[in-house]
Design a protein around this ligand. Structure first.
Ligand code: GAP
Length: 513
């Protein structure tokens, strides 16, 4: 745990030190769970968004994009169920005055029991050595089974209480389990209350005529309300998808873990409209396709897993998360949901307008079913960034900090470095920058010894350093140093574009899907 915390702290401070992510309004002591993307962060974020857009929109003939407004008619959120049901159960500690999500307190309690299971497994693995069979052990060992049963009983009771809106029982559960405030140890709790996560605002000049609006808590509803407009004007045939990226806002009660859970964040969502009855097939297909997209970036297959939801939201007939191994453990990165016809039907009902598709093959109209893929751009940023940060011990014993970002996503693709600041070397280096910047984001760096500049670019995630030296004057060659291997190669200046392209080109990365 200490190690995990340590790694996570390093990720956060590296993100600040190298101009990736800053706390919002830092000079005023910051705004909780709101962050700004700095000069490098904004490039990395854009590259992730573009990588998603290319794969999801431009590579699919039957998926088109949309950029709906953040403000929507307030009835949208009545229809979608967010006004009535987009709540988290919160509980306050009367002594510490700290506010918690009641369900998270219970889940954290269960996670501690899960840790005990993991300890039993580690002990047994040591004892039995090569003969150890983990699946057999966890399904037969009495102690492990006891722990697992306890977790199941607690979680199913909580799920039932939440579903029945029996918040008194959620409090009773917290008290029975003797769950204490994680910060102070106090068990002096208030009742559990529901708290709506949407941010409200007002539209209009005068207080009397102003209309209550919400900042959208998901981008998906902008797609649903535009479904028929896009289908008709784009002459789209089912199955087809509408994708969009954009800001979403949630007044999260427990907003911690840096950019993992924010109050203002960005989503990349795609709603895929299908014929009723075919949704299971498409759900399976999108689960596979999305995992392949993740794997194409090379962050390591062991760092992903699916979590299939057993308890489904009222509108879904299947749902799964793609979880990623963040520095604080496996957590949700993306959701894939088979949302039935719930949203379109609800908008039909509340707007009084038909949102149906006429199927020429079937010669009838119907409300399509929807399979949704929804990923948080900021979470993807954190996944990529935290996975990339490494500290390598070199042969001379020194530590190299290197940000091994997938080259296709790296903010700066190459840095051009004149060995010294005279003899015409800076002029050649600047000319190389001028030539390459048409194709790639490149930097010029002449400050400090070249070794220090290499280290700076390593920590910045720049895949290539190009050094101009006195031999360049004679034969038009430069040294190309590779970030990950630190290997250096002498190449002709005119070869640079192809060398960089080979490693950063979106096509070659997406072809791995
Ligand atoms: N339209 C479906 C939807 O919004 P969700 O599971 O609530 O589903 C989808 O959110 C994704 O959005 C999550 O998997 C996560 O990556 C991201 N996300 C949700 N809440 C977030 C928050 N507070 N901060 C950052 N990302 C968040």
């Amino acid at each position: 745990m200490a190690n995990q915390d340590d790694k996570f702290k390093k990720v956060i401070s590296h993100a600040k030190e190298y101009g990736y992510v800053f706390q919002s309004s830092e000079i005023y002591d910051g705004l909780s769970a709101v962050y700004d993307y700095a000069q490098n962060g904004v490039e990395l974020k854009k590259n992730i968004r573009d990588y998603w857009w290319k794969a999801m929109v431009q590579m699919h003939e039957n998926i088109v994009g949309l950029d709906a407004a953040i403000f929507m008619h307030p009835t949208t959120w009545k229809a979608s169920g967010h006004v009535d049901a987009f709540n988290d159960p919160l509980i306050d500690n009367k002594d510490s005055k700290k506010r918690y999500r009641a369900d998270v307190l219970v889940e954290d309690y269960c996670a501690k029991i899960e840790n005990k299971i993991n300890k039993e497994v580690t002990k047994a693995a040591k004892r039995f050595g090569d003969a150890f069979n983990k699946d057999e052990f966890v399904s037969t060992n009495g102690r492990v089974l006891g722990y697992q049963e306890k977790i199941n009983t607690i979680l199913s009771r909580m799920a039932k209480s939440l579903e029945d809106e029996d918040l008194a029982d959620v409090k009773a559960l917290i008290e029975e389990l003797e769950i204490a405030d994680p910060l102070t140890g106090s068990k002096n709790w208030t009742d559990v209350k529901q708290f709506n996560l949407m941010f409200g605002t007002k539209l209009g000049a005068s207080a009397e005529s102003a209309m209550d609006l919400y900042l959208r808590p998901e981008t998906a509803q902008g797609i649903f309300v535009n479904f028929l407009n896009v289908q008709k004007t784009g002459r789209m045939k089912i199955p087809f998808g509408i994708a969009q990226t954009g800001k979403a806002f949630r007044n999260e009660i427990v907003a911690r873990q840096f950019i993992f859970r924010m109050r203002e964040f960005e989503q990349m969502e795609m709603q895929f409209f299908v014929k009723p009855g075919t949704q299971k097939k498409w759900y399976k297909k999108w689960k596979e396709t999305r995992l392949k997209w993740h794997l194409s970036l090379g962050l390591g297959a062991v760092n992903y897993r699916f979590h299939d939801h057993e308890k489904l939201a009222h509108y879904a007939d299947a749902a799964a998360d793609i979880e990623f191994k963040f520095p604080f453990g496996f957590k949700e990165l993306e959701g894939i949901h088979s949302r039935t016809d719930f949203d379109l039907k609800a908008h039909e009902e509340f707007s009084g307008k038909k949102l149906q598709y006429f199927d020429h093959e079937e010669n009838k109209s119907y409300v399509p079913y929807v399979v949704e893929t929804s990923i948080g751009l900021d979470r993807m940023f954190l996944a990529v960034f935290s996975n990339a940060l490494e500290y390598e011990t070199l042969e001379d014993g020194s530590i190299r900090t290197v940000l091994k970002l997938p080259a296709v996503l790296a903010p700066t693709k190459a840095a051009v470095l004149p060995l010294i600041k005279r003899d015409g070397l800076p002029e050649i280096a600047k000319q190389i920058v001028e030539d390459l910047k048409w194709d790639f984001n490149v930097a010029y760096d002449e400050k400090d010894a070249v070794g220090r500049r290499y280290r700076r670019q390593d920590a910045n995630g720049t895949p290539f350093c190009i050094t101009v030296d006195h031999d360049t004057l004679k034969d038009n060659t430069v040294t190309v140093r590779h970030r990950d291997t630190m290997e250096q190669k002498r190449v002709k200046i005119e070869e640079l574009r192809d060398i960089i392209k080979q490693e950063v080109d979106v096509k070659s990365w997406l072809m791995k899907m």
